[in-house]
Design a protein around this ligand. Structure first.
Ligand SMILES: [Zn+2]
Ligand SMILES: [Zn+2]
Ligand SMILES: [Zn+2]
Ligand SMILES: [Zn+2]
Ligand SMILES: [Zn+2]
Ligand SMILES: [Zn+2]
Length: 448
């Protein structure tokens, strides 16, 4: 009894399940593939003695067949990791046009992706021949891939712990592919079998034709013998016995070549021959290799003398391709770095030049100069310190007193010193606005 318990315990521990208890084993965290072949979902509660609280296991329990089948299949799974190089900033330039930007830094995070290599052995059996065909298939994301060959890569063994979440494999696809791959060979065999079957059918037909022919000949000769007997001088008694024998022989022969009987027998032989000329095909999965390779999530920080911009991307270390750099306006994938005046990453279609020559995109906040209505962007907009309105570069002036930006509307030029400043700080003498310093001088002149 304790032997069974040990087998069960050892098996589930090796499967990385949680095994609790002593008399009764509670098994938790059962892998999905095991649940599938056992036909019951975990957790399991196994008992080894009658009347205990759990599923009673005996040496004839179905579980032990499942365990040995599982172990048999599991032994054929190979886990491998591809040794691939990470990407360097220099290599990035081969994939992305930097357009004058530099890489300030790259943050990397790696995720695993998987390719399955399935090796099938197909046995084709026909007549007395047996052919074995080995096919290797590669599957990624439940799609067959043709341009990958494991032999082209450096690999290292991987552990179960490293390979997780590899997803479920849909076996319909490889089975269909195997059928396709066998198609031409099967056609050749069918062709060969057809020739052989035609020959056999001909032989059978000839055989039955000959059979009738031979029998008819024999009937004929027996009838001749019968006629001769009538004219012979043997005694009546002997004649009668001989005559009866010959009659019986004729009946037997006639029965033998009775069309219905003959047809039945021939049909049987033809069916038998057709069965002999059929093809038996069976395929089995010899080996399954799970090949793991990294996909890097990149966070690239680009910079020039004016700004920094973080750009996300994905680097597939296997295909050496950069993906998922997208225009922040239209979400299309891009292969170059274009950044607008508001620090948006964009594609050529979504960008435009502002009158100040800076790049503007459709996401950028757009405004117009309130004085001349010209469209202005983030890099050419100024804010008047007095009225707080947006103005273009040509309408933005500097107040000579406060040194702040001021618009045409809020400022005026002193008629005396020709300097420009805020109307609010200027003072009026005879309908003219003078700056504070000129105003003071004029006032003193008036007094004297
Ligand atoms: Zn775009
Ligand atoms: Zn923008
Ligand atoms: Zn303006
Ligand atoms: Zn502008
Ligand atoms: Zn103003
Ligand atoms: Zn002045």
């Amino acid at each position: 009894m304790s032997d069974l318990k040990n087998i069960v315990k050892e098996f589930f521990v090796k499967l990385n399940c949680t095994v609790i208890g002593d008399d009764i084993l509670l098994i938790e965290n059962v892998p999905k593939d095991f649940e599938k072949i056992y036909g019951k979902n975990g957790p399991y509660r196994f008992a080894f003695e009658e009347n205990a609280d759990g599923e009673l296991l005996t040496s004839s329990s179905h579980l032990f067949n499942v365990i040995s089948e599982y172990l048999r299949n599991k032994a054929k799974v190979t886990l491998l990791k591809l040794e691939l190089e990470e990407i360097s900033p220099d290599e990035l330039q081969k994939h992305i046009h930097f357009n004058g930007y530099n890489i300030y830094k790259i943050n990397k995070k790696s995720n695993n992706d998987y390719i399955y290599k399935l090796t099938f052995e197909t046995t084709i059996h026909y007549l007395n021949e047996t052919e074995k065909v080995i096919n290797h298939l590669y599957i990624h994301d439940n799609t067959l891939i043709e341009n990958f060959n494991l032999e082209d890569y450096q690999t290292i063994p991987a552990t179960r712990r490293e390979i997780k979440n590899e997803g479920e494999l849909d076996m319909k696809l490889p089975q269909e592919k195997i059928k396709q791959l066998l198609h031409d060979r099967l056609l050749e065999i069918k062709e060969k079998l057809k020739v052989s079957l035609d020959r056999e059918i001909l032989r059978i037909n000839e055989h039955y034709n000959n059979l009738s022919h031979e029998a008819n000949k024999e009937i004929e000769s027996t009838r001749v013998k019968l006629a001769e007997l009538k004219n012979s001088h043997e005694d009546l008694q002997t004649k009668k016995v001989k005559e009866q024998k010959l009659q019986e022989a004729i009946i037997r022969l006639e029965e033998k070549i009775h069309p219905q009987e003959l047809e039945k027998e021939k049909k049987f032989h033809l069916i038998e021959e057709k069965n002999k000329h059929s093809i038996n095909i069976s395929s089995k999965l010899l080996n399954q290799t799970v090949i793991c390779f990294p996909i890097f999530s990149l966070q690239m920080v680009f910079m020039n003398n004016k700004k920094f911009k973080t750009v996300d991307a994905e680097f597939n270390a296997l295909t050496k391709q950069i993906h998922k750099i997208v225009c922040e306006c239209c979400s299309l994938e891009i292969k170059e770095i274009i950044i607008c005046s508001s620090n948006h990453l964009l594609c050529r279609q979504c960008g435009d030049r502002c009158s100040c020559n800076a790049i503007q995109c459709i996401k950028c906040r757009k405004s117009n100069c309130y004085l001349c209505s010209k469209q202005i962007c983030d890099s050419c907009t100024s804010l008047c310190s007095m009225c707080r309105k947006n103005i273009c570069q040509s309408d933005a002036k500097t107040d000579f007193i406060t040194k702040k930006i001021i618009c045409r509307q809020c400022s005026t030029t002193c008629p005396s010193c020709k300097r420009l400043g805020s109307k609010q700080l200027f003072k009026k003498i005879e309908n003219k606005f003078y700056c504070p310093s000129c105003y003071g001088k004029i006032k003193i002149q008036e007094v004297f």
